[in-house]
Design a binder for this molecule. Structure first.
Ligand code: 5BU
Length: 266
């Protein structure tokens, strides 16, 4: 299992430069917290990026829920990403034939390929979705996450689907950096596993979201990055909430890597 390795140790195994950059950033900045910034106003999104930026490794957007979107928003986000050293992840969940996803990635009003370091896709359409996205993504040196598992109750993904998702990722390791998943997909150290559906003290919401804790994700399920939305931006004090999730995620990671190191010395 590679879960005892530190993020920076695992960076050496990456073929993708985005994957490598992210793994190094995690250890340098000492945070494995991604913020899911699901607000609907441009100014709210920018305030979240600026105030919570120092706490996070990734700022995850759903750019199509912004009511007052203009291209200036993504260039401002890009500036904040540089200022606070985090990556931008557009949670677009592409799921169409190669030719269509390529246009959805590069064109339209959002021009996602121009500003998002990371995107994700459903593996449902088969390799064409990865092939289509890779044509644009490679030009911009971006990273793709395949959706291996969902956090919503009674979703249709089964084990066979997950095995096929991993097999689909393998030939594209220069572009696919890992998975959105509820548990570590493989012991290959270069795959990065990110987990949404994280919240303290709550098991779910009224629309079938299911939550686990940062410790469950990092220690029990061996995933690498916790993605938190309402637990942070919905809190009375988002900055202190972000610090709490950051601390929980980071100490779970420290525990995981130190445990295994001790185990390997005996
Ligand atoms: P929450 O507020 O922490 O519940 O938000 C979770 C975010 O992660 C939200 O943007 C979802 O679209 C996203 N998500 C998820 O919750 N579960 C999944 O399986 C996937 C994405 Br894939």
């Amino acid at each position: 299992m590679s879960s005892h390795l530190t993020y920076s140790e695992r960076a050496r195994y990456c073929i993708s430069t985005t994957g490598q950059r992210l793994l190094l950033l995690l250890d340098n900045k000492k945070t494995n917290l991604a913020l899911s910034a699901d607000v609907t106003k441009a100014d709210e999104l920018l305030v979240l990026a600026d105030t919570l930026g120092p706490e996070i490794c990734i700022f995850k957007t759903h750019i199509d829920i912004i009511q007052d979107f203009t291209p200036a928003l993504t260039s401002e986000l890009h500036k904040l990403a540089r200022k606070h050293q985090f990556l931008l992840f557009e949670d677009r969940k592409f799921a169409d034939i190669g030719n269509t996803v390529k246009h959805q990635y590069e064109d339209g009003i959002y021009r996602i390929a121009e500003w998002a370091d990371i995107i994700n896709a459903h593996s449902l359409p088969g390799p064409s979705v990865v092939k289509g996205l890779a044509e644009s993504g490679r030009k911009y040196n971006r990273g793709l996450l395949l959706i291996n598992e969902l956090s919503s109750a009674k979703n249709l993904i089964d084990e066979k689907y997950q095995q096929q998702t991993l097999a689909m990722a393998e030939p594209y390791a220069d572009f696919v950096i890992g998975f959105i998943t509820q548990h570590a997909v493989s012991s290959d150290p270069h795959w990065i596993n990110m987990t949404p559906g994280i919240k303290f003290h709550e098991k779910g919401d009224t629309l079938d979201q299911q939550y686990i804790s940062p410790e469950q994700a990092i220690l029990e399920k061996n995933t690498d990055i916790i993605i938190v939305g309402r637990g942070i931006y919905g809190a009375d004090q988002p900055l202190s909430a972000a610090k709490e999730y950051r601390e929980a995620g980071w100490s779970a990671y420290k525990q995981r890597t130190s445990h295994k190191k001790l185990a390997s010395t005996v």
